[in-house]
Ligand binder design. Structure first.
Ligand code: C2E
Ligand code: MG
Ligand code: MG
Length: 255
């Protein structure tokens, strides 16, 4: 019920602060692979909350609540620092061009000083921008906010890859895609889910792939679960994929 949901949100709100102090968050990692599943192209960090009473909670259960409070900044910073901290180890064991992808929240991205905080996190670990990808949504890119545009180009300048997550679900102006320093589109899983039988989904995915190619952007299909979806994507020319077919998100040690 709505009342129950509101109660739960209130409890979670009180507990989030405590969770940060007590180290209850954990990052899971899901690989992004080549269409044949053989090459590791990158990895996405996905937050989990190991709650003492409720067990493992997914981001949808607490990120929107954290975002409403001002807790999204410290949580976002925690995610960034912990994801980046994995990179040196991966490089040491032979993944030479290891790159980790981090999801951003709107309020985190818009906060003054966000770009500097990212650059400082990299510098603390002696890393350069090529080991980091930041995922934003179409909604976060709307408007002509000069600060936002400056932030994007500073991140890009530092060699960080900028990706649009859940692409196709917002209403991006296609002409703006050309002017923003975006390099990658992650095709929303809702379209992948309906492949290969839904003609409209095939048409949408095909259009996004053509758009990406025309603008020299990388395209990644999200939420690939079946061989049929993989095959269909491959036949449409999609070269990078992520999804349960290849691997579920998993703790750092398992990854
Ligand atoms: P997202 O970035 O689009 O991540 C993809 C979501 O789909 C993840 O859910 C992932 O576990 C799930 N997924 C991956 N492959 C498959 C598949 O084959 N089938 C299906 N059905 N699902 C698949 P998760 O981990 O629950 O994350 C949900 C959303 O929460 C993410 O969507 C992202 O927007 C947000 N999120 C995750 N971690 C963070 C974080 O550290 N910070 C912020 N601000 N948001 C985060
Ligand atoms: Mg993502
Ligand atoms: Mg997504």
């Amino acid at each position: 019920s709505i009342a129950h949901a509101a109660d739960r949100a209130l409890v979670i709100e009180e507990e989030l602060d405590h969770a940060l102090q007590n180290d209850e968050f954990e990052l899971y990692y899901q690989p992004e692979v080549s269409a044949d599943g053989k090459r590791l192209l990158g990895v996405e960090a996905l937050i989990r909350w190991q709650h003492s009473k409720r067990g493992l909670l997914g981001p949808d259960e607490f990120i929107p609540i954290a975002e409403g409070l001002h807790l999204i900044q410290p949580i976002g910073q925690w995610v960034l620092d912990n994801a980046l901290a994995q990179v040196p180890g991966w490089r040491q064991i032979g993944w030479k061009d290891a790159r980790v992808s981090v999801n951003l929240s709107s309020n985190q991205f818009r906060a003054p000083g966000f770009t500097d905080a990212v650059l400082r996190s990299l510098a603390r670990l002696g890393l350069t921008g090529d080991c980091l990808e930041l995922e934003v949504t179409e909604r976060m890119l709307m408007g002509d906010d000069a600060a936002m545009l400056a932030s994007l180009s500073a991140l890009r300048q530092a060699g960080i890859t900028l990706a649009i997550d859940d692409f196709g679900t917002g209403f991006s102006s296609l002409s703006r895609l050309r002017t923003l320093p975006i390099e990658k589109l992650k095709i929303d899983q809702s379209f992948i889910l309906e492949l290969p039988n839904s003609l409209s989904s095939v048409a949408i995915v095909n259009s996004i792939l053509e758009l990406a190619q025309g603008l020299s952007l990388t395209a990644v299909a999200e939420g690939v679960e079946t061989k049929e979806q993989r095959q269909c994507l491959e036949s449409l020319g999609c070269r990078a994929m992520q999804g349960f077919l290849f691997a579920h998100p998993m703790p750092a040690a398992a990854f």
